[in-house]
Ligand binder design. Structure first.
Ligand code: PGA
Length: 260
């Protein structure tokens, strides 16, 4: 399950549309090998490969503490939805599902309404959604960051009474894949005043505090320390860095060194 107590940390690797089946098996096997014997069970380490590799990688990870996640799901359970994958189809294969990644919002065109339905469906299957939120550079430059992120949280969680098991990743769109992460001060500001503020308003202070909030956007082994060791951030969501087993494991190691 997603860690419920503050202080526990997550590292999530989003492989995006990279790796075919043999490549995915190789990458996951290497990560498992490099992590074997290390004390990372206090950290939730989640690999999110493409759908095509999930079943294979589930076998590769079997018996380890590594967890699996999907990068997306559709909001219906089954039926005439050509090309879509439901949460129900992923049951038993993975526990986490990334919802509303910026590429799904901005390239595929998913709306907050779609994401709300997806979160409800993921919860209905007892799986853990990882909701991604974040503003574009234009929105930041226009002073709209807080409004946009607040709206993304509010609409995505509308009607979701119990968010136990949810994690939120703050990923400013301008920091994703650019090699230039947001500064800790920028991240902390949005997480504290907008994300946790909105959770406190919609739920309560305890839920606001215990819901894990991660940072994502050009995180690497050389900058991850900046985002760890602060009570406002419970881990990182990695794109590019998750495709290199050594780099990914370095980030897990660095994260482990910040466990309280
Ligand atoms: P990045 O991607 O680490 O390559 O910037 C992060 C993400 O898209 O989740």
């Amino acid at each position: 399950m997603v860690p419920e107590k503050a202080g526990q940390l997550m590292v999530i690797g989003n492989w995006k549309m990279n790796t075919n089946v043999p490549e995915g098996i190789k990458l996951a096997s290497k990560i498992r090998e490099l992590l074997s014997g290390k004390a990372y069970h206090e950290i939730e380490v989640v690999l999110c490969p493409p759908f095509t590799s999930i079943a294979h990688i589930s076998d590769v990870l079997s018996g380890s503490d590594l967890k699996l996640g999907a990068q997306n799901v559709f909001y219906e359970k089954e039926g005439p939805f050509t090309g879509e994958i439901s949460a129900r189809m992923l049951l038993g294969l993975c526990q986490f599902v990334i919802i509303g990644h910026s590429e799904r919002r901005h390239v595929i065109g998913e709306s907050n309404l779609d994401l709300n339905a997806k979160i409800k469906e993921v919860f209905s299957q007892d799986m853990n959604p990882i909701l991604c939120v974040g503003e574009t550079s234009e929105e930041r430059d226009s002073g709209l960051t807080n409004v946009v992120v607040k709206e993304q949280i509010r609409q995505a969680l509308d009607g979701v009474e119990d968010i136990n098991g949810l994690a939120i990743a703050y990923e400013p769109v301008w920091a994703i894949g650019t090699g230039v992460p947001a500064s800790f001060a920028q991240v902390e500001d949005v997480i504290e005043s907008v994300i946790r503020g909105e959770l406190a308003t919609c739920y309560d202070d305890v839920i606001s505090r215990i819901t894990p909030v991660l940072y994502g956007g050009s995180v690497s082994s050389s900058n991850v320390a900046e985002f760890l060791g602060h009570s406002s951030i419970q881990g990182t969501l990695l794109g590019g860095a998750s495709l290199d087993a050594c780099e990914f494991v370095k980030i897990v190691d660095e994260t482990a060194s910040h466990l309280q």
